[in-house]
Design a protein around this ligand. Structure first.
Ligand code: FES
Length: 149
């Protein structure tokens, strides 16, 4: 229902209810856009980046090599021919770096206290560590290994 304001208003357009609704929706749109941009900003900040790391030939079958990727120390393994995996180069027991190494029956071994991790999926195989290694995505394209962090 339209309200008349002719007695108190000198506007030729007395359709203020319509204007109020338009103003309300415009304000709401501004707020939603702001929220949308904030969410987009957070998503962009958390977005993963794919890095070209090394020639695949630098990571022989049955070994793990350390690389700095996007400022992080990353361990890339090749537990089986053509299968590449990437992990944070940090033991989950007390944080020691695992380092480049030859795999021992498909396992990464921490030299600090002897924890063992599956070099294919990062799972704990032997303590004292209780938590799997942090995994990243490793892919091979052409002759290169890419890691997404
Ligand atoms: S820090 Fe690796 S086993 Fe303790």
């Amino acid at each position: 229902m339209e309200k008349s304001c002719a007695a108190t208003c000198d506007s030729s357009n007395h359709n203020h209810n319509e204007l109020s609704r338009k103003a309300l929706f415009a304000g709401l749109a501004t707020v939603l856009t702001g929220i949308g941009l904030s969410a987009l900003g957070a998503t962009a900040a958390e977005a993963a980046t794919k890095y070209k790391v090394a020639l695949a030939s630098k990571i022989p079958v049955g070994s793990a090599k350390v690389f700095t990727v996007g400022g992080k120390s990353v361990l890339i393994t090749q537990p089986r021919a053509g299968v590449f995996r990437a992990f944070k180069n940090q033991c989950t027991h007390q944080g020691a770096p695992l380092g480049s190494q030859k795999l021992l029956n498909g396992k990464l071994v921490c030299n600090q206290h002897g924890a063992n991790f599956n070099a294919s999926n990062g799972a704990v195989v032997g303590g004292p560590a209780q938590t799997s290694l942090t995994k990243y995505t490793a892919t091979k394209s052409g002759n290169y290994i890419y890691v997404t962090i």
